[in-house]
Each structure stands twice: as C-alpha cells, then as structure tokens.
Design a protein around this ligand. Structure first.
Ligand code: FMN
Length: 337
C-alpha cells in the first residue's frame, strides 16, 4: 500500500485538504450539499456562484458552513463582471476562490488582501505563466476533453505537463477527462499536484440534476460528448462547450450547422423553469431539478470521460473510490519498477 501518503501533495497543505481532489464547479449542480459532502470526505468541495445574486451569496456560504467545518471553495466566471460577486464571497470569509473564463490577474491583490487564495483556469502554458506571474496561487489547466464550457483547445495530457513546466513551483490542478483513479494517477505523473473533476461529480447523488439528464449521462459513451463553438449559446455567446449529442444538435447538423441567427427553431420554447420562465432551444441553461419540458433538447453538459461513469453514488463514496483506485494504480506502478 502506498496509501494516502503517496497521494498527498504540497497542494493539500496549501488548501487544507486530505486528498488532492477538487470537485469542479459544475454550474447549477454545485450546490452546498454537494460541496459539503465532498469537503467532509477530505477533498475540496465547490459552490459555483456565477448566476447567484451577490445578495444571496452569504446565505449559500453559511449553508456550506452549517454542513461542514472543512475548507471549500467558491467559483465565479468572468464572462460577466465578477467584481460584486467576488466582494460578496470575500466578505463572507471564503478563503479559496476560483475565477475562470478570463484573466484573474487583476483580482489577485483583492483576494490576497482578504486572506484568500486565488485559483485561475488556463488553457495554454503561456496563459498559465501570465496568471502565475500576476500572483495567482494555483493554476487549473483545463484540457479540451472537459465537459461544460471549454476554455482551451489542447488535450489534458499535452497541456498539463506544459503548464507544470511553465509555472513551477506554482501548483497545478489537472482538469478535463479525468473521472477515475487511473486518470488521477496519470495527472499526478504529469506533474499536477491535484485534479479538478466535473463530469464525475455530476453523477453524485447530491448533484440536483434532472432525472432525464442523469439517465442520458449514465447511458452515454465518450464519443457522445461533443464539442461545439457556439451551439448552446443563448445566455452565453461565443463560448465553446462540450455536451451530449441530442435532438437539438441533430436538427442543427441536419440543417448544415448554420450560424446563430439562422438555426432551425430558434426562439422556440423547449422547457420551463419552476418560476415559469421559458427556456428556448439553444439555451446554455443546464437541466437541473425543477425544470420541466423537453429535457433531452437542452444542453446536457458532459466531458469525454462520461463513458467511464456508469453509476450515481454519494459524493463521499466517489471520493473514497477515487482515492482507492489511484492508490492501487500507483502501488502497482511502484511494484513494477
Ligand atoms: C455541467 C457543468 C457545468 C460547469 N460549470 C462551470 C462553472 O460554473 N464554472 C467553471 O469555472 N467551470 C464550469 N465547468 C467546467 C468544470 O469546472 C471543469 O473544468 C470540467 O468539468 C472538467 O472536465 P471534466 O468534466 O472532464 O471533469 C462546468 C462543467 C460542467 C460539466
């Protein structure tokens, strides 16, 4: 047994966690119950706040704290001006914050002044170096295999070591396509000090996915998680992404993959939020619990690793299983040496 010791990296001490696994921000599924369950299990849970009103942020942070005394982190996308949300997060005393979809450099000073660590997501080594030079504390290197919105164009296995070399000694989290212990062992072998897993935690019991979306994820193969430059772009334009092939995509491809503005059935309502707000075809809204309508036609975000995930499990069990698998892969490799 190499045990947890082999998995522990300096990043664990920096973030105050037992195992170098981060539950990635997964939009509306990254709720306090999921974040707390992951953190309680010794990894780093996450709440994603990009669509939360700044005034509602303190209550969400309190909700996580009421469930666990352990560290967790808050994520904000820079697609929309992040200032007010960042202020609310820092005022609530969150000590680990991640920014993505932009340059986190301008926010380093503010985060550090509040005593918080800043994680930034990069898609190239050059960008990662720029972020690290600006004082970003941890770099998340997101490879092209990733589910949801995809920042870069380089695969994880090529990106991670390049980023590690570019930013050393700043620690790197590997993201994109990692769903099991084999992937974790591989990421650590590439020089990452931890992993950032989205797709695997989508299938945590605590993630409030619409049951139809969950069923599609359970049945999906890796090749069903397809990339697009701007298919599900209503609400978030010009943002490449990866989601399950579905009827909306089939219809769009059958029409010759036309540009936004010329796609079939644009403006048609395919689903409805609990408050009655319509969700149009091509929306970037994620099918969570409470949404009703043609769930299959919505953006069912998923990474290429989805073909390796076939069960819904409690988040704590996912963390335990990941650690055991990675440990046994690493022991096996050590024994071969
Ligand atoms: C459903 C879903 C929602 C996501 N929402 C966010 C988000 O709110 N903020 C963010 O920085 N990244 C978001 N991402 C990207 C993930 O944080 C992460 O980079 C990605 O899931 C890693 O690849 P994997 O899915 O192969 O594990 C999302 C990904 C998915 C699958």
């Amino acid at each position: 047994m190499t045990s947890l010791k082999a998995m522990r990296t300096p990043l664990c001490d920096l973030l105050g966690i037992d195992v170098p696994i981060v539950q990635a921000p997964i939009g509306g599924a990254s709720v306090p119950a999921l974040a707390a369950a992951v953190s309680e299990a010794g990894a780093l849970g996450t709440i994603a706040l990009s669509w939360t009103k700044p005034a509602d942020i303190a209550a969400l942070v309190d909700d996580v704290r009421a469930r666990t005394p352990k560290p967790f982190h808050a994520n904000i996308l820079q697609e929309w001006p992040p200032e007010e949300r960042l202020e609310a997060v820092l005022e609530a005393g969150v000590k680990i914050v991640s920014l993505a979809w932009g340059d986190p450099g301008p926010y380093v000073e503010r985060a550090h002044a509040a005593g918080a660590l800043l994680i930034g997501t990069a898609g190239t080594a050059e960008e990662a170096k720029r972020f690290a030079d600006a004082g970003v504390d941890v770099i998340c290197a997101q490879g092209w295999e990733a589910g949801g919105h995809v920042w870069g164009e380089i695969s994880t296995v090529a990106l991670v070591p390049a980023v590690v070399d570019a930013v050393a000694p700043v620690p790197v989290l590997a993201a994109g396509g990692i769903v099991d212990g084999r992937g974790i062992a591989a990421a650590l072998a590439l020089g990452a000090q931890g992993v950032w897993l989205g797709t695997r935690f989508l299938l945590a019991e605590e993630a409030p996915l619409h049951p139809d979306y969950r069923e599609h994820l359970l049945r999906a193969r890796g090749e069903d998680a397809v990339y697009a430059a701007d298919l599900f772009d209503v609400g978030w334009e010009h943002a490449p992404h990866r989601a399950l092939r579905n009827s909306t995509r089939e219809r769009w491809e059958a029409a010759g993959s036309p540009a936004p503005g010329e796609r079939p059935s644009e403006g048609e309502t395919v689903a409805t939020r609990p408050d009655g707000t319509p969700i149009p075809r091509y929306s970037s809204s994620m099918p969570v619990v409470g949404i009703s309508g043609d769930i299959e036609a919505l953006s069912m975000w998923a990474g290429q690793g989805i073909g390796l995930v076939d069960r819904v499990q409690p988040a704590a069990e996912i963390v335990r299983e990941l650690v055991q698998e990675a440990d046994s892969v690493m022991s096996g490799l050590a024994n071969k040496a």
